[in-house]
Write a protein that binds this ligand. Structure first.
Ligand code: CA
Length: 478
């Protein structure tokens, strides 16, 4: 080789560097933020006005807001099972909230399933979970055994926010008490498997833990994946005094506390984004933000949330139960300030994350239901990511299908209904009789999809069996 003069070498170095960068962009960090029981209308980027959420709004402006973003179930735990597996959770019998019981070996995410953390960890990511687990309290279901190197949080479905507070939970129709629900709310905070003292307001602390984690891992050669699952603004309605004072203009005490809780989530998100920026990681961090289900407005565990303009709430297959605030931000790859209107679902998060990471999933594993959204969000593919999305509740007590503008559903003992969401977002005008051919097509699609599901593997009935809620008041979803 003919030696090149030094000045030519100096010119070539940036070219080689840029070529290398073009072929092998650094793998992104991935941050998945889940809020709990957040109303569709209760953040600024969704049009809410009485609860300022500047940090979440800035996150939305840095990426894409999905107007028609869904979760795969309208209550907490099955929805989270879908998020972490990328599969309709009824395929593996996950259709109720599990018991909070360390001896219940069937109440949790089946060990046959692989989580997004398992796959990213195999691909060389450092993985962490912070906050609410709710995918089984038996030791075999612990986050450290489901792909997460690090865990800080609690294993149950909820937790008090203020240390030492007594939580009164609903134990039956119109009855309140402090039964096992209270013990769950006061369950130990864990760092991995070690109990640690409760200090300060919980949402604030989860945000601090997350900010510390992303700062700590900034120096590592490996990229990281962090699953940050807030339990806010799920009940109990508790908030910091300084946050409550900020909302003193809200007359309704429950809405005031809820607003303070949402604002605390927003503050925590701001703290994490600031940590990403301070450590130079923001551009190369892919962030998802969703709620695990719609806001519970009038039912058990109602939290004074608002889902307008949607109809229905948590526990419903109406839009208010399953359509949620849904953001995707990755400054290095995804355009900023856009709105995406094709239907997408939480099941898409796993394949999107794996594609972004260049990670593969073993071919022998059960197939995913989610789709990699990157080609759609970057404009490379302008078709719809999904021909249809499906829901089933309570072992078949309710079904729903979304196909383009059409939404078909059947709930409990009611006749099937059909809505045109393009003209009737509030699901107020049933077109099942007027458009029988569409109703029949979607009913048949629902039945066919249902044949790929199994019966619920566990129930939330305190007596151990599955709850058959046919004909019963359906207000029992925790
Ligand atoms: Ca929830």
């Amino acid at each position: 080789m003919i030696p090149l003069p030094a000045r030519y070498c100096a010119l070539l170095v940036p070219i080689f560097v840029s070529l290398f960068a073009a072929e092998s962009p650094p793998r992104p960090n991935i941050l998945l933020i889940v809020a709990d029981d957040l109303g569709y209308h209760d953040v600024g980027f969704q049009g809410g006005r009485d609860i300022p959420t500047p940090h979440l709004d800035r996150l939305a402006a840095s990426g894409i807001r999905c107007t028609d973003g869904y979760v795969s179930y309208p209550v907490c735990s099955p929805s989270r099972a879908g998020i972490l597996t990328g599969r309709y959770q009824q395929r593996f019998g996950y259709e109720f909230n599990p018991k909070w019981d360390a001896t219940a070996a069937t109440h949790g995410l089946p060990l046959s399933e692989t989580t997004v953390a398992d796959s990213l960890r195999s691909a060389g990511y450092t993985t962490g979970a912070i906050g609410k687990w709710h995918l089984g309290a038996h030791p075999q279901f612990h986050p450290n055994r489901r792909g997460f190197d690090e865990f800080f949080g609690f294993l149950g479905g909820g937790h008090r926010y203020l240390p030492g507070s007594i939580v009164e939970v609903e134990v039956g129709a119109g009855k309140k008490g402090t039964t096992s629900g209270d013990a769950e709310q006061a369950s130990p905070l864990l760092r991995n498997t070690t109990a640690v003292p409760e200090v300060g307001e919980l949402t604030t602390r989860l945000g601090e833990e997350a900010a510390a984690a992303v700062t700590r891992h900034a120096r590592n050669a490996k990229p990281w994946f962090l699953y940050l699952a807030f339990n806010a603004p799920h009940t109990p309605l508790q908030a910091r005094e300084d946050m409550l004072k900020k909302f003193s203009a809200i007359a309704d005490a429950r809405r005031r506390t809820y607003a303070a809780m949402v604002a605390t989530v927003d503050e925590a998100v701001g703290r994490i984004v600031t940590a990403l920026e301070a450590t130079g990681q923001r551009e190369r961090t892919l962030i998802f933000f969703i709620s695990d289900n719609g806001g519970p407005m009038t039912k058990r565990n109602a939290n004074a949330s608002v889902n307008s303009p949607l109809h229905g709430q948590k526990g419903d297959v109406f839009e208010g139960g399953i359509r949620v605030p849904f953001l995707v931000s990755w400054p290095a790859r995804i355009p900023a300030g856009r709105t995406y209107t094709q239907p997408v679902i939480s099941l898409d998060i796993l394949p999107t994350a794996l594609a972004a990471a260049g990670a593969t999933r073993a071919a022998a594993l059960a197939p995913l239901d989610g789709t990699d959204l990157l080609p759609f969000l970057t404009g490379k593919n302008d078709s719809a990511p999904h021909a249809r999305l499906f829901w089933r509740m309570d072992g078949g007590e309710a079904f729903a299908v979304r196909e383009g503008q059409w939404k078909w559903l059947r709930t409990y003992q009611n006749a099937p209904q059909l809505f045109d969401l393009a003209a009737d977002l509030g699901e107020s005008r049933d077109l099942a009789t007027a458009r029988p051919e569409i109703a029949a097509r979607l009913a048949a699609a629902s039945a066919e999809w249902n044949r790929g599901l199994i019966a619920p593997a566990f129930g939330n009935n305190p007596f151990g069996g599955l709850i058959n809620r046919t004909g019963l008041e359906k207000n029992s979803a925790p």
